[in-house]
Design a protein around this ligand. Sequence first.
Ligand code: FUB
Length: 326
Amino acid sequence: MSKEREPLVTHIFTADPSAHVYNGKIYIYPSHDIAHDGEDNDNGDEYQMEDYHILSLDDIGADCVDHGVALHMDDVPWVSNQMWAPDAAYKNGKYYLFFPARDKEGNFRLGIAESDKPEGPFKPHPEFIKGSYSIDPAVFVDDDGKVYVYNGGLWGGQLEKYRTGKFDPNGTEPAADEPAVGPLCAVMDDNMQEYVSAPVNLKILDESGEPIKAGDEDRRYFEGPWMNKINGKYYLSYSTGTTHYLVYAVGDDPMGPFTYRGRIMEPVIGWTTHHSIVEYNGKWYLFYHDAEYSGGINHRRCVKYTELHFDDKGDIITIHPYDHKK
Ligand code: FUB
């Protein structure tokens, strides 16, 4: 039985879980960490992933099913390496896997692969999405059917290298007192093939309506965006990277602006923290990963889940990931 705050599976290392409910089950679209002994650095070279396994739970608490390899980088013509955090979406009777990977020039791009089944196998589009860059796609289908792709990650994810609008290999983050770089958002065309227009950086504001500054590392966007619509409000959640928090900001429109609201989860074991939030049978769950099972090896992570609670103002109650062990 899969239990709350325990690894969903341990026969492979998994991370960056994107959870969705399809056909009454919870499907989890994670990265697949490979246990190698290569370098661990700020460029993310330790995350050498090559394929995706889709996981599913028939119910909360049920045994987790690994559906095997759903897509391998050898089957994607434009990919050179590092298939990082994916997400999935259902539209027009098909399932779409969105994934980041390095192209033949070594730049991260987003690709799409399609299937008739939520667990795949997925058939990749031959090219990456034109105009896409950086990592960590999160695909949100709004009630009107419009599909938004959120993404972006600093450092290894290259987001700060596009501040001029073009890739600059020497591009850096803004100064500490300047507005932070926001996550990207683009709208997909109805056929789920291309962006309708170029991605834009979203605004995340503080309680005074001022942009969160790059030096505010407890609150500024780093990577791993996720979008939920809850009681008509758009909850954008993300990782703060260097300070290792999962946090969220709320807005009235899927393209923002968003106002910072608080912390979802305190740091987990391991450098990265990356999550998704899903409603299942009237309860909310946070899917996340940590490196507890591998003894803290950053690139040997395990996906877990725990119930998420809101207070009566709609604020998320902060989770302390290891408090249940005290
Ligand atoms: O798994 C590789 C990278 O680590 C992801 O893209 C980031 O979000 C971080 O979890």
